[in-house]
Design a protein around this ligand. Structure first.
Ligand code: G6P
Length: 361
């Protein structure tokens, strides 16, 4: 098993470090900088639907939340459902809805069951998966493959980054004709630069030092807005999965509607802020609310909003397109979770009570 880890202490750390390669593989031959176009060979016969519903579990559900925001940007109504809720809550399925299962393994029982439910009601289905020949890939009408390579660690890392990129490919493939494409070139540049930017984060991250500072805290909170909201949820999920410490992710604007009651000088808050637009300014406001309660603030930022003025610690990410910055912020949070779990001596690759692929409902 040690050989399989290529010298790393854990598969998880190996897989975190494999992300530049995984993302290059995911993008290979699918984006064309010259024409500014996106091509996904396996989706040649997919038409633009009137609406999209995503079904997914765990980390993949966070990719689904990110995906809905992107679809809204191109004018397609979209919803993300927890797969375990989908079949029993009966969301209406209007004609011409595409139901997309996001599942790295392609074998999660809840997701398969939701996809089967949608199919039985006449929906066209698509699997966004890492495993060619998986049940989801075989059963759906279409499959988009992530090409991330095998992931052994129970905590999903490189497959989540690849899902976010895969979702961008899917959304651009579905973009209705006539919807403005002005932004497409800068997105393609952001995607092209992404593997290098991830490498930069891996090389320069100060997550290990940060863990020394935050060790022993009572609970860990993560906040983000817009495309960073799913990253806040994912940052917290990864943290609790492998450290067994209490961690929660919130939409930044929701803090004041309840969770703020939990915030004290013993609860570090990770805040993801990039750019310097209205969204960033609003999150800055939320950071000030947290600071006023004496909570240590860790800003995960590209520096544009000058959030470091209000933060106790900073995890830097390179400046990039707004759709690719969540991937970079998430890599920093993966490293924080990993180093904290390592320091606590946890069973990082096989956390207690969890399985890589859950094949029961
Ligand atoms: C399990 C894993 C999670 C994963 C979820 C969905 O619970 O422990 O890491 O996110 O299943 O897996 P999938 O293969 O469907 O993406």
């Amino acid at each position: 098993e040690q050989t399989g880890k290529s010298g790393y202490d854990h598969f998880m750390l190996k897989e975190i470090n494999e992300q530049p390669t995984a993302l290059r593989q995911c993008l290979s031959g699918r984006v064309d900088e010259v024409s500014g176009g996106v091509t996904v060979d396996e989706l040649d016969d997919l038409d633009t639907p009137s609406a999209v519903q995503f079904v997914a579990c765990g980390t993949s559900y966070h990719a689904a939340l990110y995906a809905t925001t992107l679809l809204h940007e191109v004018g397609i109504p979209a919803n993300a459902y927890l797969a375990s809720e989908y079949a029993t809550t009966h969301p209406p399925l209007p004609n011409d809805t595409l139901v997309v299962g996001i599942t790295q393994s392609g074998e999660t029982a809840d997701t398969l069951s939701a996809l089967r439910n949608a199919e039985s009601r006449g929906a066209e289905t698509l699997a966004l998966t890492n495993v060619v020949g998986s049940s989801a890939a075989r059963e759906c009408d279409h499959a988009l493959y992530l090409r991330a390579g095998p992931e052994i660690g129970v905590a999903a890392t490189k497959t989540f980054s690849s899902q976010l990129v895969g979702v961008n490919l899917l959304v651009e493939r579905l973009r209705p004709s006539g919807s403005p494409t002005g932004e497409l070139r800068s997105l393609i540049a952001g995607l092209r630069d992404l593997p290098g930017h991830v490498q930069q984060v891996l090389d320069d991250s100060t997550a290990l030092e940060l863990v020394d500072e935050l060790f022993g805290a009572e609970a860990f909170f993560f906040i983000g807005r817009g495309l960073h909201y799913p990253v806040a949820l994912e940052g917290a999920l990864k943290f609790k999965e492998i450290t067994y410490e209490h961690a929660e992710g919130f939409a930044a604007g929701e803090l004041k509607h309840g969770p703020l009651a939990l915030v004290t000088e013993n609860t570090p808050v990770f805040a993801i802020v990039t750019g310097d637009d209205e969204e960033a300014r609003k999150t800055l406001g939320n950071i000030k609310e947290v600071e006023a309660r004496d909570a240590p603030v860790v800003a995960v930022t590209d520096g544009k909003a000058e959030v470091e003025r209000y933060a106790d610690y900073v995890l830097e990410i390179p400046e990039t397109h707004e759709r690719t910055s969540p991937v970079l912020a998430n890599v920093q949070l993966q490293l924080v979770a990993y180093h904290m779990a390592a320091r606590l001596g946890r069973s990082i690759d096989k956390p207690r009570n969890l399985a890589k692929s859950v094949t029961v409902e």
